[in-house]
Design a protein around this ligand. Structure first.
Ligand SMILES: Cc1cc2nc3c(=O)[nH]c(=O)nc-3n(C[C@H](O)[C@H](O)[C@H](O)COP(=O)(O)O)c2cc1C
Length: 155
């Protein structure tokens, strides 16, 4: 899977003191009608009980300026739960926090959580979408963050 380049998102869950969230490359589109998506979440994560409790989550698609936020929500900076939201770029939006300058913010209702192996496959029904243009995505490939080479021509 190290060879599979993926867009990096932070999935935010919960509210107030119960906020937490995780960095994810497993966000995938499921259907357009109705608008829905999938996220695969490790059931050892602190986010799993919060997702089950609130049955809502928000996908924040990160830009190339968000490496530090990705590291924070991957648990690599020692911050847990609501501490991960100390960055001023977060605002409460609906039920879960939203990253103000994210490439896109997709608020979802939890339709279903399918428990398989170590993970839960979250099926999210999209409630609202906002997005920005002219910003590059953050990409993860071979164990490191990358920028998309937007100058590459398609030869
Ligand atoms: C680039 C990247 C992608 C990740 N993708 C996922 C993912 O799709 N699903 C998941 O459960 N964990 C994923 N992780 C790991 C979680 O972000 C990490 O285990 C989580 O934040 C730990 O949560 P906790 O400290 O709140 O328990 C990823 C980590 C990184 C660095």
């Amino acid at each position: 899977m190290r060879q599979l380049a993926g867009a990096v998102s932070v999935v935010s869950v919960g509210e107030g003191a119960h906020r937490t969230g995780f960095t994810a490359t497993s966000v995938t589109s499921l259907s357009i009608d109705p608008p829905s998506l999938l996220v695969s979440l490790n059931r050892n994560s602190a986010s799993w009980p919060i997702v089950q409790r609130y049955r809502r989550f928000t996908v924040n698609i990160l830009s190339s300026a968000h490496r530090q936020i990705a590291e924070t929500f991957a648990g690599r900076r020692g911050l847990r739960g609501a501490e991960r939201y100390a960055d001023a770029r977060w605002q409460q939006h609906g039920q879960a926090p939203a990253l103000i300058d994210a490439l896109a913010v997709i608020e979802c209702d939890l339709d279903e959580a399918i428990e398989r192996h170590s993970h839960a496959i979250l099926i999210g029904r999209v409630l609202s979408v906002s997005h920005r243009t002219g910003v590059d995505p953050l990409v993860y490939w071979q164990g490191d963050y990358r920028r998309l080479d937007t100058d590459a021509d398609d030869q």
